[in-house]
Design a protein around this ligand. Structure first.
Ligand code: NIG
Ligand code: FE
Length: 416
């Protein structure tokens, strides 16, 4: 961590994301863009953002000079991933594109269950190694905070193994990983009992362990015909709430129902929402639930996108995340997915950037990042261009050349 005060710049433009509303549509021209900007960091935090020349008079001693034309943005935040897994589902992908449906493949022993088998077989070290490669890739592409779910273990030991792997990679790597327990992903095929018995078993054997070992303070459940019913979810989430967990829900991916439960429990976010319409959106918004679009899952499955434009126009807080997982969303490219989703849904630049910065931070209950302003974490990324509009225009092909995490430049200069 940079302990001494350092002024970094000049940047042709600094897009601060400051002063924008936490929910609802945004005006394109409300983006705060500081021309010829500089950013002052100390102890991993931002202490000033402003004109470079003016800052250089206040902080003349330690200047990290940026040569060339760069645009600075806050580090990106991916609020929904499943990057802790073993194996590959390339065969599923090929089968789907040959006409088999996601649910058919799952019913025939492929799908999530296949990844569960491969994740159970992987050792803790193997899981950590593979996940940290994915996390490293994300960091290089500008993702400085990333949520990661369990949910491919589905027995006590394997769920614990996944959550321990996430905690360990978080402590060893520079990216911040936020873990979520998704033991309620599907009912494991080898559990002898009903769906509700499996959830009860999970509550009784896992919840206290998560608390005692600080493995996660977030609980997720997949509500869908192929996973858990709204009734099962209601019982499960009632207990999760009593334990004080934050709740997030895989909702309305193929059929509606999950969003209603998310609203009822005041979930922090409802994610997917491809099947939701105005009625579902209104309930979520009334209950202050963030709607997280997962365009990578729509791309991977060849399914429609969440109606993000509609959700914003109704006043919702829209987040975009990758859902990076081996089945439905194998790509894991946040910037590309946000750019393509934004073009399809007619989101303006402010709305798309908000969905992968400070609004995504809100979905993880983090209020110290996603915006470039004093006291925020010094997580920011620089793109080699003079004009911030070039970034989404290149639809994800333009990656950041420089990434700072906690004030430290983590991309070596020779790799630029
Ligand atoms: O968010 N929808 C449920 N779970 C994941 C997919 C997991 C998988 O296919 O392995 C999702 O898309
Ligand atoms: Fe997911």
């Amino acid at each position: 961590m940079t302990t001494k005060t350092t002024l970094i710049g000049p940047f042709r433009q600094v897009v601060t994301m400051n002063g924008l509303a936490l929910s609802g549509s945004l005006k394109y021209d409300h983006l705060q863009v500081i021309e010829e900007g500089g950013i002052v960091v100390e102890n991993g935090k931002i202490i000033q953002v402003g004109n470079f020349l003016a800052s250089s008079k206040t902080y003349p001693k330690n200047i990290y000079k940026i040569e060339g034309d760069y645009v600075l943005l806050p580090g990106l935040i991916d609020a929904h991933t499943h990057i802790c897994y073993g194996g590959s589902r390339a065969a599923d992908y090929a089968l789907r594109n040959a006409g088999a449906s996601y649910l058919e493949i799952a019913n025939n022993g492929g799908g999530i269950w296949d990844t569960v088998s491969q994740t159970r077989q992987a050792s803790l070290n193997q899981l950590e190694f593979q996940m940290s490669n994915r996390a490293e890739k994300h960091l290089k592409e500008g993702v400085t905070t990333c949520e990661v779910k369990s949910g491919y273990g589905l027995d006590l030991g394997s769920e614990m193994k996944m959550l321990e792997a996430i905690k360990s990679v978080d402590s060893k790597s520079e990216i911040d990983l936020i873990s979520t327990c998704l033991a309620a992903h599907i009912k494991p095929k080898d559990f002898k009992g009903s769906h509700s018995e499996y959830l009860l078993f999970t509550v009784n054997n896992l919840f206290q362990f998560l608390k005692d070992n600080q493995l996660s303070n977030r609980i997720d459940i997949f509500i869908e015909e192929s996973a858990f019913s709204t009734k099962d979810a209601t019982n499960y989430l009632s207990v999760a709430k009593q334990y004080g967990f934050s709740i997030t829900v895989h909702a309305d991916q193929f059929s509606t129902g999950g969003s209603e439960v998310a609203a009822q429990f005041g979930a922090i976010s409802a994610d997917h929402l491809e099947a939701s319409g105005e009625k579902e959106f209104k309930k979520l918004i009334k209950a202050n639930v963030i709607g997280t679009a997962l365009p990578g899952a729509s791309m991977g499955l060849g399914e429609p996108y969440m109606k993000g434009r509609k959700f914003l126009d109704l006043g919702g807080c829209l987040v975009i995340a990758t859902d990076w997982n081996p089945g439905s969303a194998p790509m894991g490219d946040l910037l590309m997915q946000a750019a393509v989703f934004g073009a399809q849904q007619k989101l303006n630049t402010a709305e798309t950037f908000a969905a992968i910065t400070f609004r995504a931070a809100k979905a993880l209950k983090l209020d110290d990042r996603g915006v470039l302003k004093p006291k925020a974490k010094a997580d920011f990324i620089a793109f080699s261009t003079k004009d911030y509009r070039e970034i989404l225009y290149h639809q994800g092909k333009m990656k950041p050349n420089l990434v700072w995490k906690n004030g430290n430049l983590i991309t070596p200069a020779q790799d630029r």
